[in-house]
Structure formats: structure tokens, C-alpha cells
Design a protein around this ligand. Structure first.
Ligand SMILES: [Mn+2]
Length: 356
């Protein structure tokens, strides 16, 4: 019986032989985690046609020795990565050009002069695009924690709180309710700052009549959630309500029409067309969505630049927004599994404008 990590190693080996590579050195932390199920700090892998080593040091010995599908290689206790590579017969060894440090490339070339190091695109990231049952469930659980936190924040947000206080409450709540980590730095912004798509929470105070935008997520079993809601604290202006409802219409149109087989560009257009028709096209300056997984930004992308068909089994965010500089902004984001028939939305928190 092979476990899911052995299945992944088998898939990787097919990719390596298709590229004429004898081995792959994997140092990207989430790429290592994909083959261990644990955070991969200071761990690397070396995968060949018949072996798969985990290369780490004493601090991680006990953990790494439990990965029975990997051969443990302890660095620094008189042995180094170079010794391992030099003891092996492989000649053409792939290195992850988007992950490896330039200094390490120089060192490898210096210490292993017999080897050919081939910079390759992120092969493991590509394998990670389509999710298995475990990954789908982990993402669903992370979204459930985040939605519980949204409910909590609807009762907590009030005039007089600073953005940073509100963000701290949100993060604390998620950790106390099953989150093992944050997916990314929490965005919790208010008032005119909501026009910054990735604004950073600061000392600004929530005032009556403000929008508050919360874009945040947590990790469960290693997998990220990603959700954005914009709520009003006190009665908003008519312009705020109108813009909110345009973003909502765009978001719902995308949710209702996206399915596997459409291109990333077609998916993006479901939302963009609505916003352009309403006259706000120039204020929606980012793409509609991105894949998530072990990392917050993965493939595929819902973007005008993506002409590839979206695969079934991918998990992608759906997050249109309108940002009016100096005034306010609105974004609404769900995270959904893509199937042949449509999406399965993991974020079922209310989307109609909430006025607290
Ligand atoms: Mn997102």
C-alpha cells in the first residue's frame, strides 16, 4: 500500500524522466512539505529514479526519520549535501530556479564538478495544482475556521477600534479555533484606506459610516484559506452601497459561470465585464483570482493573460474589487473547488452588504 506521498513521488519521477533528468534537488519549503506532510524548514529533498532522500540536520532528525518513504541524510555531522550528490551515479540534476539561492548554485557547481546542474521551472508546484481529497478537505476546514472568525468579527467591530486592534482580534480568534498559522499577513483596513487592495493594518480608527475590508486566511493541515469581506460599520453613503452591489454582481456572475475547461481569461471576464459595463473597469486593476494550497498564491490564475483551460480539481479564489483612490474600496472573495459542472464554494459567509 503506497501512501499519498509515495504516489506524489511516482508522479514526480515521471516528470523527471520526461525531461531527461536523473534527479531533482528540491529546496523550496512548500515543495518539500508536499512530500512529507510537515513544514519543511531547513529540509531539502533529493529525488532520483530509485531513491528519495530527505536532507536535514540533527534538529529535525526525529521528525524526518518518521518519513519512512524517504531516506534520511543528516547534514553537518561530518557530511554534506555535496558528499551525497558525489556518492550518487546521477549526472543531470535539476535545480529549482525559482527557489534555490544563487549562492547555493555556485557552491554546488564548485563542490560537484562532475555533475550537470539544470535549472528547471517549478515542476513540483505544477504537480500541486490539482488537489487530492486530503488537500480539498484541509482547505475546506481552513475556510470553516475563517468563516467562524468572520461571524465573530461582525459582533466585534465597532467605531473607536484601530485597524491593528481589530486585526489582532481576528488572528487570535482563528488561532483559538483550529488555525495552525495565518495564510498571509492579515489585511484589515478601514475608511479611505480600503481603496488600497493590499493595505496594511495601522493606527487608523474605525469611524461610523466606514467600510471595513478584511482579507485574511489561516492554515489547517498545511493548507491555506483565503476570504475577503467588506462590511459597513454604521450607515454607508449611497455611492458606497452602489459600488458594493456592482462588485457583488460581478462576484456572483463569476461564481455562477466558472467551470473546468474555460480559460483563465474567460473566467476573469465573468466579473470584469460586469464592472466595466458599470463604468468602473479602470478601478479593478488586479486579476480575478489565484490558486491556493500549501502557499497562498499558486496556479492557476483567473487573468486576462491566462489562455490555458482551468483544470478540474483546482482550488481558486474569486475576488473582484473596485478601488476608488482617496475614497473607498470594496472587495468580495470566496475560495472554491473547480469541477466540470461548476464550482463548489468553500466560503458560504453572507455576501449581501452587512451594515453593523
Ligand atoms: Mn486572494
Amino acid at each position: 500500500m503506497s501512501n499519498r506521498f509515495e504516489d506524489r513521488l511516482a508522479k514526480l519521477r515521471k516528470e523527471l524522466s520526461a525531461r531527461g533528468l536523473d534527479g531533482l534537488y528540491i529546496c523550496g519549503e512548500p515543495n518539500v512539505a508536499y512530500f512529507t506532510g510537515k513544514k519543511g524548514n531547513d529540509c531539502a529533498l533529493y529525488v532520483t529514479g530509485d531513491e528519495a532522500y530527505i536532507i536535514t540536520d540533527f534538529r529535525y532528525r526525529e521528525m524526518a526519520q518518521q518519513f519512512t518513504w524517504l531516506t534520511y541524510f543528516e547534514q553537518f555531522s561530518g557530511k554534506f549535501l555535496y558528499d551525497l550528490l558525489n556518492s550518487r551515479p546521477e549526472k543531470r540534476i535539476g535545480i529549482e530556479k525559482d527557489r534555490i539561492l544563487y549562492s547555493q548554485v555556485l557552491a554546488l557547481k564548485d563542490k560537484c564538478p562532475e555533475k550537470e546542474f539544470v535549472p528547471v521551472e517549478d515542476i513540483v508546484l505544477a504537480l500541486r495544482e490539482v488537489k487530492d481529497e486530503f488537500e480539498i478537505e484541509a482547505t475546506r476546514k481552513a475556510c470553516a475556521v475563517a468563516m467562524k472568525a468572520f461571524d465573530h468579527m461582525c459582533g466585534f467591530l465597532r467605531p473607536g477600534l484601530t485597524e491593528r486592534e481589530a486585526a489582532a482580534e481576528l488572528e487570535h480568534f482563528m488561532k483559538m479555533n483550529g488555525a495552525e498559522d495565518l495564510s498571509f499577513d492579515t489585511i484589515l483596513i478601514t475608511g479611505a484606506k480600503t481603496s488600497l487592495p493590499h493595505g496594511v493594518p495601522g493606527d487608523e480608527v474605525i469611524k461610523k459610516g466606514d467600510f471595513v475590508t478584511m482579507d485574511y486566511g489561516c492554515k489547517v493541515d498545511g493548507y491555506c484559506s483565503d476570504e475577503t469581506r467588506t462590511v459597513a460599520v454604521g450607515q454607508p453613503t449611497q455611492e458606497m452601497i452602489d459600488v458594493y452591489n456592482i462588485v457583488l454582481e460581478a462576484q456572483l456572475n463569476a461564481c455562477n459561470n466558472i467551470h473546468a475547461g474555460l480559460t483563465g481569461k474567460q473566467c476573469d471576464s465573468f466579473a470584469r465585464d460586469v464592472i466595466e459595463k458599470a463604468g468602473y473597469g479602470e478601478y479593478f486593476g488586479h486579476s480575478l483570482g489565484h490558486g491556493t494550497g500549501l502557499e497562498i498564491h499558486e496556479s492557476p490564475r483567473y487573468a486576462q493573460t491566462n489562455n490555458e483551460p482551468i483544470k478540474a480539481g483546482t482550488i481558486v479564489s474569486i475576488e473582484p474589487g473596485i478601488y476608488l483612490p482617496g475614497k473607498f474600496g470594496v472587495r468580495i472573495e470566496d475560495l472554491a473547488l473547480v469541477t466540470e459542472k461548476g464550482i463548489i464554494n468553500f466560503v458560504t459567509a453572507p455576501k449581501e452588504l452587512i451594515i453593523l
